[in-house]
Write a protein that binds this ligand. Structure first.
Ligand code: PLP
Length: 443
């Protein structure tokens, strides 16, 4: 592309940019793409090469690249009020919070931060303070699931059920623990649905009983474990989970960081299961990645325990300098307008069905495709060496596949198999504006 000296940019990148999840010693034969611009579902690199972004960046550019309406809204807000903290207030945060509350009326109190990790950290602090204020100081434990991902900061990482992400970073925060994931393809109990009677859900009850309900503050779950391999729970899983949480007086936090804002074919993933969480966390698709923003949406019941006399100390004693940033809020409002105007939730549902049909028709009989899991525009394809043994494909094979896809002009994501530490699950989570012929090209 004009205006870029690719050689010197690669050199400066190699010298100065420390990339996530990247072995820098491989740089010379494994350097990153340097992406310069994007439009709809396509991004372009420094050499002018185009790529279909089947991963929507990091599964977040739901409305696609280059949406002028969103850009204009952010620019207008920056001109009007570039920054103000939410220790006071501003119209963009008020409008966005009101909008989010209208989407999930059972969690109408919105705390803004900048990322999914922070949204989850905030939720953990809120439930612990809630229980303290209710007179249960020992209810501090947070139960999550193996393979679940909740973020990179130490609390969110402690809730994450992917041991390879925690290696070398211990000790983790105390009082975080994991139970089995709903992973029917590799059932942790070596059983089959429905005769299993959803043991993976029962695992929560067992763990709560072992720990003692008087020590457990909350359960945190993704509606579909996303980064851990697109694990779609079996029917009945979530209603059982919600019952267990209620029976043992444990708060239910639903992490909608990936699954929110249309990704699964409903506005929020938990709507698929007809449950009412106590707290919902969100980020990624909230502003489609145009600005960083996270949010923690909280029930009346929890919020009201934070009320008291000015000096009672019952208020949430947390501040995030950039939480509820006016430009991020304005971008999020414009993003939500686009999602509504373009009916992207409905589109994700119908395109997801098409994607599923394409994947099943064309890949089902490929010997190294072990399992295909699709919900809306979130798909995981489990790559194995042979279907009988389900042995995960090696990292070397997955790297080869990734390089092949890039050569074909496709950027896809990868998820991790916890037991083997292999990255053997290919993820497709494109912008929700993707066209049918582009889905065909990806498949
Ligand atoms: N929760 C889930 C389900 C995620 O997938 C992620 C990130 O991928 C996070 C939380 C953390 O979000 P962030 O990277 O914005 O901190």
């Amino acid at each position: 592309m004009d205006g870029f000296d690719s050689e010197s940019l690669y050199e400066q990148d190699r010298l100065h940019v420390w990339h996530p999840l990247t072995q820098h010693q491989d740089y010379s034969h494994n350097h990153p793409l340097i992406i310069t611009h994007g439009l709809e579902s396509t991004v372009y690199d420094i050499n002018g090469q185009s790529y279909l972004d089947a991963a929507a960046g990091l599964w977040c550019v739901n409305v696609g690249y280059g949406r002028q309406q969103l850009i204009d809204a952010a620019l207008r807000q920056m001109q009007q009020l570039a920054y103000y903290p939410l220790t006071q207030s501003h119209p963009a945060a008020i409008e966005l919070a009101t909008r989010l509350a209208s989407y999930i009326p059972s969690t109408p109190h919105i705390y803004f931060s900048n990322s999914g990790s922070e949204a989850n950290e905030t939720a953990f602090k809120m439930v612990r303070q809630y229980w303290q204020q209710q007179g249960f100081p020992h209810k501090t434990k947070i139960i999550s699931r193996f393979r679940g991902y909740h973020g990179s900061t130490l609390g969110a990482l402690s809730a994450t059920g992917q041991p390879e992400r925690k290696r070398n970073y211990g000790p983790m925060a105390p009082d975080f623990m994991q139970v089995s994931a709903p992973y029917c393809y590799r059932c942790p109990f070596h059983m089959q649905y429905p005769s299993c009677q959803i043991q993976c859900a029962e695992d929560f009850e067992r763990r709560i009983q072992i720990e003692g309900a008087d020590t457990v503050a909350a359960i945190i779950v993704e509606p579909i474990i996303a980064g851990g391999g697109v694990l779609i729970p079996p029917p009945g899983y979530f209603s059982r989970l919600a019952h267990i949480a209620k029976d043992y007086n444990v708060k239910l936090i639903v992490d909608e960081v990936v699954t929110g804002f249309g990704r699964t074919g409903s506005l929020f993933g938990h709507e698929l299961y007809n449950i009412k969480p106590d707290i919902v966390t969100m980020a990624k698709g909230l502003a489609s990645g145009y600005m960083p923003i996270g949010a923690t949406a909280v029930s009346d019941e929890i919020f009201h325990t934070f009320l008291g006399a000015t000096d009672s100390g019952r208020h949430l004693r947390q501040v995030n300098t950039f939480g509820g940033h006016p430009v991020a809020c304005a971008a999020a409002i414009a993003n939500l307008n686009i999602i509504e105007e373009d009916q992207l939730v409905k589109q994700a549902q119908s395109k997801g069905e098409y994607l599923k049909q394409l994947l099943v028709d064309q890949l089902q009989n490929v010997p190294w495709v072990g399992d295909i899991r699709v919900q809306g525009l979130l798909a995981g394809i489990e790559i194995v060496t042979e279907p009988e043994t389900k042995t995960p494909a090696s990292d070397a094979f997955m790297r080869l596949l990734g390089r092949h896809l890039i050569k074909q002009g496709i950027l896809a994501g990868k998820a991790t198999d916890v037991e083997t530490w292999h990255n053997n699950i290919l993820i497709i989570a494109p912008p929700l504006v993707i066209h049918g012929d582009e889905l065909e090209q990806i498949v």
